[in-house]
Design a protein around this ligand. Structure first.
Ligand code: ATP
Length: 237
C-alpha cells in the first residue's frame, strides 16, 4: 500500500544474545506508532536494525512496496525515511543552521528546501533565534530540537525517533511532544521509540509494548494508557 512501512519477523542478535525476537508491525501512511518498553527491551536495536545500522538476523522491511532490506543507513533519506538517533549527535562545532542544511544533503537546494528550513524554524522558533550559534552551545533540549529539525530537512515521509525525551526536563518533554503532535497532524508517519510511556501515548495513535525483545502487547494508545498492567509497570500508577 502507498506509504506503508511494513516490518515482518525482524530479529537482531548480538553474538549469542537475541535482542529482538521476530517482531512484526506496520506503520500506515500518516500513522503514528509508539514502541515502549523498559531499558534493554530491544527498542533501540529495532530502530537501528530498521536503519541498517546493526545487522538483522531475519526479517523483511518494505516501504511503499519497495524492499528496504539492503538499503544502507546513508541512503534511507533518499527513500524519504528520516532518523533521529538516541543521544542527538549534532555537530557541536558547526552553527545551528549549518547542522540543518546538512540534513538536506541528499536534496537539491531550491525553493522546497528553503521552505523546509522555514518549517523547521516555525516548529522550533528557538532554532531560528539561535541559527548562528554553535550547536555545541545549545542546551540538551535545544539539541534535541536540532536533531529532529535536521531529520526533517531531508523531507521525510516517515520519521523514526529514538528516545527524543531522554534526559530532558518535563517542560522540554512537553515542547517535544507538541512538535511531534504537530508533525503527526501534518500527516507525517511516525515511529517513536521511548521509555517515556506518557509522552508516547499522547504522541501516537497505536503502540507496541516490548519486553525481552518481543512484542508483549499491542493496542491503541488510548487502550494501553488505561490498561492496569501498563499503568503499573510503565506509568508508575
Ligand atoms: P535502552 O532504552 O536502554 O536503549 P532498549 O529497549 O533500546 O533499551 P536495546 O538497547 O535495544 O534496548 O538492547 C536490547 C538488548 O541488547 C539488551 O540486553 C542490551 O544489553 C543488548 N545490546 C544492545 N546493544 C548491544 C551491543 N552492541 N552488543 C551486545 N549487546 C547489546
Amino acid at each position: 500500500m502507498i506509504g506503508e512501512y511494513s516490518v515482518r519477523d525482524l530479529s537482531v542478535h548480538y553474538g549469542g544474545v537475541c535482542a529482538v525476537k521476530s517482531i512484526s508491525f506496520t506503520v500506515a501512511e500518516g500513522q503514528s506508532i509508539g514502541v515502549i518498553g523498559a531499558n534493554g527491551a530491544g527498542k533501540s536495536s529495532t530502530l537501528r536494525a530498521l536503519m541498517g545500522l546493526v545487522p538483522r538476523s531475519s526479517g523483511t522491511v518494505t516501504f511503499d512496496g519497495k524492499d528496504m532490506s539492503g538499503v544502507p543507513a546513508r541512503n534511507m533519506v533518499r527513500h524519504r525515511i528520516g532518523y533521529v538517533p538516541e543521544g542527538r549527535h549534532v555537530f557541536g562545532g558547526l552553527p545551528v543552521e549549518k547542522n540543518l542544511l546538512l540534513g538536506a544533503y541528499a536534496r537539491k537546494w531550491n525553493a522546497e528546501t528553503r521552505a523546509s528550513l522555514e518549517e523547521v524554524y516555525a516548529l522550533f522558533p528557538v532554532l531560528g533565534e539561535m541559527s548562528d550559534r554553535l550547536a555545541g552551545a545549545l542546551s540538551g533540549g535545544q539539541q534535541q530540537m536540532l536533531s529532529i529539525g535536521r531529520a526533517l530537512m531531508a523531507g521525510p515521509r516517515l520519521l523514526l525517533l529514538d528516545e527524543p525525551s531522554m534526559g530532558l526536563s518535563p517542560k522540554l518533554v512537553d515542547d517535544i511532544l507538541a512538535a511531534l503532535q504537530k508533525l503527526r497532524d501534518q500527516g507525517l508517519s511516525l515511529l517513536l521509540v521511548e521509555q517515556n510511556a506518557k509522552l508516547t501515548f499522547e504522541a501516537t495513535s497505536e503502540c507496541l509494548v516490548m519486553e525481552n525483545g518481543e512484542v508483549a502487547m499491542t493496542g491503541t494508545s488510548e487502550e494501553l494508557r488505561k490498561d492496569l498492567r501498563v499503568r503499573k509497570i510503565y506509568l508508575g500508577l
